[in-house]
Ligand binder design. Structure first.
Ligand code: UDP
Length: 237
């Protein structure tokens, strides 16, 4: 599969077309951004770590019956993916309160939620990715009600699979963000990435943060945390 022109550059990845119209190449960048890109940085090797972590997690999810855009890993920092049209909704699942949930509702940081909470955010940088509900999605005409059901059901299934998986390697899956897309047949499949950039992972025994919060909160050792997550995933196999 030949890499052709760049279709899109996001905060964490570049997307390239290929000689096959139904496939794209996703190349992971070393850049780090937070707070709607107001804070910027980079960590050499971070892209390769996220590519490897995403690959292993997409493979796990596929094995468990979740349809994803992942086809195969091409090299250190690139994966071949099915081409999808991304639905501009960030689907966040939360098991433990932190981040914007604690700020918005005053819930104590670290509180275990009585059930896994699914939230939808409108993926729009200019608006700062606002929290939205089903009716907003209909008014914005970005997804139909039956599609929102698919997004929420799939997000909760992903949560159960990943929560059990991470628990075995002594990591708490605190919260995470998923993006979905429509493939050539209009089927909704999981897309984007699953990595410490998009998940919060805490060590089960110490509550040490092993994710992008190390960058957001200037805690240091960002790369070492991502390496630790990868090592634990590999060792669990
Ligand atoms: N998240 C993400 N991209 C975003 C916003 C959030 O990957 O643009 C992830 C984030 O890493 C966390 C979860 O979604 O795992 C919930 O984030 P939250 O709403 O608490 O946002 P934040 O505290 O980063 O503002």
């Amino acid at each position: 599969m030949d890499k052709q022109e760049m279709l899109y550059e996001g905060k964490g990845k570049r997307l390239f077309s290929t000689n096959e119209p139904h496939y794209v190449i996703a190349e992971f960048k070393d850049d780090l951004t937070a707070f709607n890109a107001q804070k910027k940085g980079a960590e050499s090797g971070k892209g390769a770590l996220n590519c490897q972590i995403s690959t292993l997690l997409f493979m796990l999810l596929e094995k468990e019956g979740i349809a994803t855009h992942f086809v195969k890993k091409l090299n250190d920092r690139a994966m071949l993916c099915k081409k999808v049209s991304i639905i501009p909704i960030e689907v966040v699942v939360r098991n433990i309160a932190t981040g914007s949930l604690t700020k918005r509702l005053g819930i104590t940081e670290g509180k275990v939620l009585p059930f896994s909470l699914v939230e939808l955010y409108y993926k729009d940088d200019a608006l700062g990715d606002p929290l939205i509900n089903d009716e907003h999605c209909l008014i914005l005409d970005i997804a139909q009600l039956n599609e929102l059901e698919v997004l929420k059901t799939q997000a909760l299934r992903v949560n159960e699979i990943l929560r059990v998986f991470f628990d075995k390697v002594d990591l708490k899956l605190v919260d995470f963000k998923l993006e979905f897309g429509r493939d050539g047949e209009g089927e909704i499949i999981l897309a984007d990435e699953i990595s410490p950039d998009s998940c919060r992972l805490w060590d089960k025994n110490t509550n040490q943060k092993l994710d992008k919060d190390r960058f957001r909160q200037d805690l240091g050792d960002v790369k070492r945390a991502y390496e630790e997550v990868l090592h634990r995933i590999i060792e669990s196999k």
